[in-house]
Ligand binder design. Sequence first.
Ligand SMILES: [Zn+2]
Length: 340
Amino acid sequence: MIQGAESRYSRQFRFAPVGPEGQERIRSASVVLVGCGALGTVTAEILTRAGVGRLRLIDRDFVELSNLQRQFLFSEADAAEALPKAVAAARRLGQVNSEVVAEPVVADLTPASAEELLEGATLIMDGTDNFEARFLMNDYAVRSGIPWIYSAAVGSYGLKLAIVPGRTACLRCVYPEPPQGSQPTCETDGVLAPITASIAALACGDALKILARGPESVTARMTTVDVWTGAVRQTAPPARDPGCPCCVARDFVHLTGQRRAPISLCGRNAVQIHERSRPVDLRELASRLAPLVEVRSNDFAVRASIDSYELTVFADGRAIIKGTTDPGVARSLYARYVGM
Ligand SMILES: [Zn+2]
């Protein structure tokens, strides 16, 4: 009984704009969250406590000690086990609210995987740290007519913008092309937990409004916050671009194009190899590597320490190589220890 006087959600549906009907709509929603880092884990926890029906958690990475300062849901044990973030997050969320179906997906959002990963979403939440993934989400959301919420944070500064296809500007109306040149990142410039938590909370405010009251209820203002200077700004909703290639011309180049290189830099001093989706038998790989190098493994990944490098291989064949920014070195390690 979700409407009992002291039920789990009573404080939420007593808030009149949600009400029992809004709560029921929240319960019937399927939210897809892309990225389970600092923004994503806070988003996931709020939406799980709010009682969304299904929550798909997509993340390509594993938990590390340097995540714990700002990534809610994760513990030292998760980092010690090198659990995939999606798996660790889903475990914790299952303890928080067992009524929510949390579906962990350890995968990279790419043009090839986007259809399958984003399918069935009522709402898409952005917990990523890169424009490549955001343009992909934008293409998919506009094409499918699904709202999504763009969120970003670095240092002490962050912003969020709800995007409702057909009604508000889309991401490409605001940024026709991904920002060029070197951008500040959380690796190079650091990031404070209060900003990622603030932005995720603001994005979840829009999310609950969209779920409980419908996409037309949200005002697509861009909100920017700086927790260090204290500056909070609300800009007028950005104008739709009458020449937008995405939401006007419906040319979904990020979704259909193969713009993506098979090897990409992934954070500071790390390279990701994802050119092939070729399932790897992790048990077999771990036992093959064990006599050669130091190996740790769990059900989701195998990690090998090779000289000053650290090679982590996931079940879908993807790998993250730490200790280098040279794609050649990364490719060579992958070829030598996993095989091409
Ligand atoms: Zn547009």
